[in-house]
Design a protein around this ligand. Structure first.
Ligand code: ADP
Ligand code: ASP
Ligand code: MG
Length: 424
């Protein structure tokens, strides 16, 4: 018998009927003798609705004061969920108590809308567990040192759940969602995508950071740092299936590389529509130019992703990079008004309609020619590659957004991801 953390996403909490189902599933685990902590998200669509309301009244500039209120508003979605789930569990005849982030407390920094968890206090939760209660804790939210409510970024309930599991040294953290595991790529884009029985922690980290929103990246980082046993599975299986069967279902994130298993060269394909490309044209090709361009961007707290600098002919070069699409206008403005005059750049141009498609696999470490298969496949589809970025276990390309689905499908096929792997 162990201490188990369940996390339920928005779709899984989407109606009172579904919440009742969640309660029945949790009750089944509790009655089997496990101590249970449940971390639910807001009901599906609720966070968007709340942020939509905020947007109607939002001041033009997102000042820290405005961001503070945004978090106070967004955090209420999870507050409703925990209360409803506690009621549903009590109706099932189980003692259950709900807590908001500030009641636990879940301590975070003050980076509103993207706060990081620093620590989680466990006394209150442990006392409830010892008293035989199911403890329900809000996903997505915490509290900073001054008592302000903070949120952890979209998809942040995954991180709440894994952080709670790490803080309480849970035996396992089960992430229940609307798909039955981690797939070779998003099954909504490629119906032939296959569920992976296991995925290595490093690959999951890359997939999450490159856009697969099935797990928020910080949840994977936490799982790696604290070695939290982590599994992604479906909340849509019948709630009364055998616990042993349920505990084996879905996708397990593994921390040890399995030597026996012949690794697939590419394990998965991730994509991200949320980027925009900016090019500073005709800058002098001399030491310090990258810093002159990117220094002010970084100082404005804008994250930079892929970077490319062309070779120069005539002593001038073009310098391109990508940023989050939400930062596109702000970055363009900054470059036009500050960087271009300071560097003597001829022109600053941008393209917000791009996307990044990435292949991921630890097998890429020991295989050559993987990237060239990727480039050949895209060229056969007539897709132009604008930028390339590689690391040991991934290759990413930036292409026009309109080709995204075509690229993902073609690559999925080219790397045989629609075929069952030999290990299965
Ligand atoms: P939840 O509300 O449960 O947190 P999310 O919508 O955040 O659920 O994440 C689950 C979704 O992630 C799936 O419905 C799927 O469309 C998407 N997804 C993207 N990439 C993958 C992948 N490689 N495997 C599984 N799901 C993926
Ligand atoms: N409710 C939050 C969101 O929609 C957090 C989450 O669902 O993980 O982003
Ligand atoms: Mg999610």
């Amino acid at each position: 018998m162990g201490l188990i953390v369940h996390k339920y996403g928005g779709t899984s909490m989407g109606s009172t009927e579904r919440i009742r189902n969640v309660a029945k599933r949790v009750a089944k685990w509790a009655r089997a003798g496990h101590q249970m902590i449940v971390v639910p998200s807001a009901m599906s669509g609720e966070t968007n609705r709340l942020l939509g309301l905020a947007k109607e009244l939002q001041p033009a500039a997102m000042t820290p004061a405005a961001l503070r209120e945004l978090d106070a508003i967004a955090a209420t979605g999870e507050q409703v969920s925990v209360g409803l789930l506690a009621l549903a569990l009590q109706a099932e005849g189980l003692p259950a108590v709900s807590y908001s982030g500030w009641q636990v407390p879940v301590h975070t920094d003050t980076a509103y809308t993207k706060a990081r968890i620093g620590s989680i206090e466990d006394q209150r939760v442990r006392a409830d567990l010892a008293a035989g209660k199911v403890v329900i804790i809000t996903g997505f939210q915490g509290i900073d040192d001054l008592g302000n409510v903070t949120t952890l970024g979209r998809g942040g309930s995954d991180t709440s759940a894994v952080a709670v599991a790490a803080a309480l040294k849970a035996d396992e953290c089960l992430i229940y969602t609307d798909v039955d595991g981690v797939y070779t790529t998003d099954p909504r884009i490629v119906p032939e995508a296959r569920r992976l029985a296991t995925i290595s922690f490093e690959e999951m980290l890359e997939m999450a950071s490159l856009g697969s929103k099935v797990l928020q990246i910080r949840s994977v980082e936490f799982a790696g740092k604290y070695r939290v046993p982590l599994r992604v599975l479906s909340s849509f299986t019948p709630w009364d299936i055998e616990i042993a069967e349920e505990a084996r279902s879905g996708t397990l994130i593994t921390f040890e590389e399995d030597e026996k298993m012949e690794q697939a060269v590419v394990s998965g394909i991730a994509f991200n529509r949320d980027e925009a490309k900016i090019t500073v044209m005709g800058v002098p090709d001399k030491p310090g130019i990258a810093y002159q361009i990117l220094g002010p961007v970084a100082a404005a707290n804008i994250d930079i992703d892929v970077i490319i600098q062309n070779v120069s002919n005539d002593g001038k070069t073009d310098f391109s990079f990508t940023v989050n699409r939400g930062d596109y206008q702000r970055t363009l403005e900054l470059l036009k008004t500050q960087v271009a005059p300071a560097t003597g750049a001829a022109q600053v141009i941008g393209d917000p309609k791009i996307c990044k498609v990435s292949i991921v696999g630890i097998g890429m470490r020991s295989h050559v020619g993987v990237a060239s298969t990727m480039f050949r496949t895209l060229s056969e589809e007539g897709i132009n590659i604008m930028m390339i970025s590689t690391s040991e276990i991934k290759t990413s390309v930036v292409i026009a957004e309109k080709y995204m689905e075509l690229a993902v499908r073609a690559l999925h096929k080219a790397f045989d991801l629609d075929q069952p792997s030999e290990a299965e």
